[in-house]
Design a protein around this ligand. Structure first.
Ligand SMILES: [Fe+2]
Ligand SMILES: [Fe+2]
Length: 221
C-alpha cells in the first residue's frame, strides 16, 4: 500500500497519480481530466468566433460587475439589519462570479465594457435606493435582476449548445453553474417577501427594462 502513493496511472494524455484518485474519492469530487490547451475558452478559429466569444465574456463580466455593485448598495443600507447576513451571502457568491470573469477576460485578452464606471454608479444606486424601500424593496430588486441575468445566461447556453457543445464545454459549465446561483438568489428574493412590496410589478418591470438595455449596450460597447 505504501508503494501505491507513488504509483501513477498513465492514461494518455494524462498522468493520474494514486494520490489524486484518493483525494477525489475522499472529497467526492469527480476526477477531472482535460486534455485542452486552454482552461475555459478555446482560441478563436476566426474573427467571427472571436467576436462572439468577446461579446459573451464582456457582457457576462459587466453583469457580474453590476450585480456586485447592486449588492454593495443593498449592504450599505441594510447591512446592519437582520437581512445583512443573507445579502452578504449572495454578494459573496457574486464576488466569486466576478473574480472568475476577471480571470477569463485577462486570460483571453478581452477588454471589459467601456461602461464599467457607469455600472459602478448605477448598480450601487439601484441597490441602495431599492433597499431604502425596506427589505421587500431590496428583495424585489434582487428578484428582477436575478431573473434577467438567469434568462440572459440561459440564452447564452442555448446559443453555445447550438453552435458546438463539445468545443465550449468548459465555458458552458461555468455559465450553467452561475445561472444556478442566480436562480437561487432569485428564489431567495421571493422567499423573503419581494412580491409584497407595493408596486412590485411596476418596479420589477422597470428594473428589467434597465437590465435589458444594460445587457444590450454592454455586449457592444
Ligand atoms: Fe452572479
Ligand atoms: Fe446573483
Amino acid at each position: 500500500m505504501q508503494r501505491a502513493a507513488h504509483t501513477a496511472l498513465y492514461v494518455w494524455p494524462h498522468t493520474v497519480s494514486a494520490a489524486m484518485i484518493r483525494q477525489c474519492l475522499k472529497s467526492r469530487v469527480p476526477l477531472q481530466l482535460s486534455s485542452r490547451a486552454y482552461s475555459v475558452v478555446p482560441p478563436p478559429r476566426d474573427s467571427e468566433e472571436k467576436e462572439m466569444l468577446d461579446r459573451i465574456l464582456r457582457v457576462d463580466h459587466a453583469g457580474e460587475y453590476g450585480a456586485n455593485r447592486i449588492y454593495a448598495g443593498q449592504m450599505a443600507v441594510l447591512g446592519r439589519s437582520r437581512m445583512g447576513p443573507l445579502i452578504q451571502e449572495m454578494w459573496d457568491q457574486e464576488k466569486k462570479h466576478l473574480e472568475k470573469f476577471n480571470e477569463i477576460l485577462a486570460e483571453n485578452r478581452v477588454r471589459p465594457t467601456a461602461l464599467l464606471p457607469l455600472w459602478n454608479v448605477a448598480g450601487f444606486l439601484l441597490g441602495a435606493s431599492t433597499a431604502m424601500l425596506g427589505k421587500e424593496g431590496a428583495m424585489a430588486c434582487t428578484v428582477a435582476v436575478e431573473e434577467s441575468i438567469s434568462e440572459h445566461y440561459n440564452s447564452q447556453i442555448r446559443a453555445l449548445m447550438e453552435k458546438d457543445p463539445e468545443r465550449y464545454t468548459e465555458l458552458l459549465q461555468i455559465i450553467k453553474e452561475f445561472r444556478d446561483d442566480e436562480m437561487e438568489h432569485h428564489d431567495t428574493g421571493l422567499e423573503h417577501d419581494a412580491e409584497t412590496l407595493p408596486g412590485y410589478w411596476l418596479l420589477k418591470n422597470a428594473i428589467q427594462l434597465g437590465c435589458k438595455a444594460a445587457i444590450y449596450v454592454s455586449t457592444r460597447v
